[in-house]
Design a protein around this ligand. Structure first.
Ligand code: ADP
Length: 632
């Protein structure tokens, strides 16, 4: 048979180098990773056989086997599961299938020190490759269930690997590690020692639902001993809380999530009664890179009576909790249940409601008890959770209770709505917010001037989803959520009448200029009026209370929807010298060519101030340069 040599994908090669050369503090985890892959392969074969009885595969004794050869210094992890075809080996083992690879490469360049590299390995949880932490050569022999020919893959973890077809491969996969030379200083990590292997399996893989067997080496002159099963196979979620250590829960988390780091929180739930189920859910400590991509895989696995049914079960939790990982084991579902059936099943829907409430109440508990952990949670998952404010009206209050937002009240401490309301000034009847790209840009926006002046707190919202949930939620404890950039605002509650009269007088005085400007700017502006929100800037742009904001308009367009362009409102600050000057110039002369330019410039300045772009940047620059020149 011919042996073909291939190159690893660039990312894969870099990752391998990282594995081999980094001093990952805990090399033992490679065995957990290989056993985890083997266990998945057994699950997959069992399911495939269930779906297609004609599949030519033996499922009578599915198991994992560990084989140590002291003399040859090899350790083999073998399963009789689904296996891989020739093409699959190249695809699955030669590349990294993680939609975060671009990010990964970037971070890799930055992670020069060992600590950074370790964090990265943890983050990308690169299962199979971790074998190279312990081995200088890895051989994988595999045959896909139902196929007759197998494949051998070998690599020394450098630039290339080889593939070769083989005739006598058993069903499933065996991974043989040619272990690095023994370290006499460190007997604990001697992977040819049965004792070490037994300890590692107990520690990391005890809960694996398939038997993990080891054949002890025969002593001279004796028959080969019986294989010994190393794991208890007990499902952690079915055991009582005091029987299971936190470490054990965390290992299950790592198996399910392919994350190497500890979870932030473990959530247990046991439902008794007519529809019995157990759930063991985990909130990770870090958001995955692809959380906001379309093909993000959810992390909840469905089991039926201890038997694995499916990964990534979307019916169990709403999309905004997609970052939650774990296992749900239901007693009364059919083993052949399909995704379609699950979506419509009444019990599953009830289960989803209960799990959702449980996750939210756990987050609330974290928030009450441990500010630092809550801060981590919110930093990593707050943006996802806020989607729930839009999509899950039933739990809106519970989500709001654990949501916090940046605020002008503090530079670094976010606030809840409840805290905001507590601080509201006498007579203030709205919760004010501003949306935009970044805290810095919105904090200095002209829309904020009157609020800053009067010491009124404003929430600073910078996620895309913020634009949407504020509309969906509308009000909190009877207080309307209002944008500082929308509608007319009236912050002078005390002297309302007097202030109102004064404004009316001023508006009359300016009516000519305002009307004339509106005509000049007709393409973009539907109204020009005097502002009550400006103290320092000459002008700003606002929307009508019910208009789409520019950010939302862009979002809908990006989603392919047709949205008419909304004309906006230009507000002028009658207290500003520039506006007063314009007014005088308007009254003084019939020749308005110069004035028209000034109006255009003023409008563009207002656009710039809210982070927008001039419609014709070249023209804007020319006009400004011309004016500057005249001041010299
Ligand atoms: P991950 O397990 O995180 O997806 P790995 O690098 O460990 O990444 O494995 C990549 C893929 O290779 C797996 O998703 C699986 O499809 C395949 N694979 C790995 N080990 C086995 C195995 N023992 N049997 C069958 N397929 C396997």
């Amino acid at each position: 048979m011919t042996t073909e040599t291939f190159e690893f994908q660039v990312e894969a090669r870099q990752l391998l180098q990282l594995m081999i050369h980094s001093v990952y503090s805990n090399k033992d985890v490679f065995l957990r990773e290989l056993v985890s892959n083997a266990s998945d392969a057994l699950d997959k074969l069992r399911l495939e056989k269930l779906r297609d009885d004609s599949l030519d595969a033996d499922v009578s004794d599915l198991h994992i086997e560990l084989d140590v050869d002291k003399e040859a210094r090899t350790l083999t992890v073998r399963d009789n599961g689904i296996g891989m075809s020739y093409d699959e080996v190249g695809q699955l083992i030669g590349t990294i299938a993680n939609s975060g690879t671009a990010t990964f490469l970037k971070e890799l360049k930055e992670a020069k020190d060992a600590g950074g590299a370790e964090g990265l390995i943890g983050q990308f949880g690169v299962g199979f490759y971790s074998g190279f932490m312990a081995a200088d050569e890895v051989t994988l022999v595999t045959r896909r269930a139902g196929e007759s020919q197998g494949t051998r893959w070998t690599s020394r973890g450098e630039a290339t690997y080889t593939l070769e077809r083989v005739d006598d491969a058993p069903q499933g996969t065996s991974v043989t590690l040619h272990l690095k030379p023994a370290d006499p200083e460190n007997q604990l990590h001697d992977y040819t020692s049965a004792w070490t292997i037994r300890e590692i399996v107990k520690r990391y893989s005890d809960f694996i639902t398939w038997p993990i067997r080891m054949v002890p080496e025969a002593k001279d002159g004796e028959d080969a001993p019986e294989p010994e099963t190393l794991n208890s196979m007990k499902a952690l979620w079915a055991r009582s809380r005091d029987e299971v250590s936190d470490d054990e829960y965390h290992e299950l988390y790592k198996h399910i999530s392919h994350d190497w780091r500890e979870p932030l929180e473990t959530i247990r739930l046991q439902a008794e009664g007519t529809f019995e189920y157990q759930a063991l859910l985990f909130v990770p400590s870090h958001a995955p890179h692809d959380l906001f991509t379309r093909d993000f895989k959810r992390g909840v696995q469905l089991y039926v009576k201890r038997v694995f049914i499916m990964d990534d079960c979307e019916a169990l939790l709403p999309p905004y909790l997609r970052f939650v990982k774990g296992v749900v084991d239901a007693q009364d579902l059919s083993l052949n249940v399909s995704r379609e059936i699950l979506q419509q099943d009444r019990h599953i829907r009830m289960m989803q409601r209960r799990l959702t409430k449980k996750v939210l109440s756990t987050v609330k508990e974290i928030k009450t008890k441990d500010a630092e952990r809550y801060a981590t949670f919110w930093r990593e998952f707050g943006t996802a959770l806020k989607e729930g404010l839009v999509t899950d009206s039933e739990n809106r209050d519970a989500i709001l209770a654990v949501s916090s937002f940046a605020t002008t009240h503090s530079d670094d401490e976010p606030t809840t709505l409840a805290q905001y309301v507590e601080r509201m000034k006498d007579g203030q009847d709205a919760i004010w917010f501003i949306t935009g790209e970044s805290r810095q840009s919105i904090e200095n926006s002209p829309h904020m001037e009157a609020f800053r002046d009067k010491g009124i707190e404003v929430l600073l919202l910078t996620d895309a989803v913020d634009e949407v949930w504020v509309d969906a939620v509308g009000e909190y404890e009877g207080k309307k959520l209002r944008s500082v950039a929308k509608g007319e605002i009236d912050l002078d509650a005390e002297d309302e009448e007097k202030a109102g009269e004064e404004r009316e007088k001023q508006a009359e005085e300016y009516a000519g200029l305002l009307g004339w400007m509106r005509e000049r700017l007709d393409e973009d502006i539907k109204e020009v009026r005097l502002s009550t929100r400006l103290t320092v800037s000459p002008a700003c742009i606002v929307s009508d209370a019910h208009d789409l904001t520019p950010a939302l308009e862009n979002m809908y367009r990006a989603m392919g929807q047709e949205v008419p362009r909304t004309k906006r409102i230009l507000e002028l600050n009658p207290g500003h010298a520039l506006v007063k000057g314009l007014h005088q110039a308007y009254q003084a002369s019939e020749d308005r060519a110069e004035l028209a330019e000034s109006a255009e410039l003023l409008h563009t300045l207002a656009v710039l101030a809210e982070g927008g772009q001039p419609k014709d940047p070249a023209r804007f620059v020319r006009l400004v340069a011309d004016r500057l020149e005249r001041t010299l």
